[in-house]
Design a protein around this ligand. Structure first.
Ligand code: MTE
Length: 317
């Protein structure tokens, strides 16, 4: 990653949690308790959310302690090098991506191999909303109401063979739609990967939307991964291919600079990046004077710790 000084995001427009909660409960009662409906059209989020509304059910088990960032924060401060290396580039340049029609190729050690239209791949999966923190390796973070479904549900349906020990996710490669791919800042296409037990963890999530709307292009339309206990770069965007593998895949950031980026990339305040501390983070939208937040092991999602018991996390960073 090229670490330029990031553009400071707009001043704090975060909705106080009490307001978020109150509005959320109004919406819930309008929908009927537990009903499946469009997740609150979040008119209270700064900047009006745009895009098609998704039918999804809010899952209260995730995100109760955090106040989501605004729509503007989430959609104008992005890392998506296929559209440029500045945080503001993806929002400006991602209009050239055509997220429909879209297909995804499933390959490797799996029964259901082939190329599937995205709608067919998604059809059996009811959508839910989960509020997850995203903590970037660059030491900033956001809180985002994602819409999607557990990755484990998709994997079970695809039926990996007993040889499948890893899963790789590959982003579209098309320099016409993705102008950043005309340059060599990374080796394209972007590839990320998980060990099978990580991919099957109930927190690992396939997102198709945020704030109750389809994903905007800059956020990884039409399908992206969200792995909330890992640094943001594990969350591959605009996925066109999923491979089930016996061996770990070569992942983009680890290949580009193995000293700085490992395969696991678990959020870990105890292991500094070679060029800066990972002990704290800056919550986007808090303004320049907001106190920095202590970064928590696994980004606070400590239920994943047992996946790594016996693994030296300073070596396998
Ligand atoms: N996926 C692709 N294809 N290209 C990228 O450059 N950047 C990663 C990740 N997924 C990236 C990507 C990084 S470094 C981060 S922090 C997150 O996306 C940022 O997600 P956001 O822009 O939606 O906040």
């Amino acid at each position: 990653m090229r670490y330029r000084r990031a553009d400071e995001p707009k001043g704090s427009e975060i909705t106080p949690e009490s307001v978020w909660t109150a509005r959320r409960s109004v919406v819930k009662s309008l929908l009927g308790a537990g009903a499946i409906g469009a997740v609150a059209t979040p008119g209270w989020a700064a900047g009006s959310p745009t895009g098609r509304i998704l039918e999804a059910k809010h899952n209260p088990a995730y995100g109760a302690e955090d106040t989501p960032n605004t729509w503007d924060d989430v959609t104008t401060y992005n890392n998506f090098y296929e559209f440029g290396t500045d945080k503001s580039d993806p929002a400006r340049n991602a209009g050239s991506l055509r997220p429909a029609p879209w297909s995804v190729t499933i390959a490797g050690e799996v029964q259901q191999r082939g190329t599937f239209a995205l709608e067919d791949l998604l059809k059996p999966h009811p959508l839910e909303e989960r509020i997850y923190r995203l903590r970037c390796v660059e030491a900033w973070s956001m809180v985002i109401p994602w819409v999607g479904f557990p990755l484990a549900d998709l994997i079970k349906r695809l039926q990996p063979t007993s040889k499948a020990k890893f899963v790789a996710f590959t982003t579209l490669k098309d320099p016409v739609q993705m102008p950043g791919q005309r340059g060599g800042v990374l080796d394209w296409p972007y590839v990320e990967g998980l060990r099978m037990d990580e991919a099957m963890h109930p927190l690992a999530f396939m997102a198709v939307g945020l704030y109750g709307r389809v994903l905007p292009n800059q956020s990884g339309a039409p399908l992206r991964l969200v792995v909330p206990w890992k640094y943001g770069f594990k969350s591959a965007k605009s996925i066109v291919r999923i491979d089930f593998l016996e061996r770990p895949p070569t992942t983009t950031w680890a290949a580009s600079n193995p000293r700085e980026y490992g395969f696991f990339a678990n959020v870990n305040p105890a292991v500094d990046h070679p060029r800066w501390s990972q002990k704290t983070e800056r919550r986007i939208g808090g303004g320049v004077f907001a106190p920095r937040i202590q970064t928590r092991p696994f980004n606070g999602y400590t239920e994943v710790a047992s996946l790594y018991s016996g693994l030296d996390l300073s070596r396998w960073f």
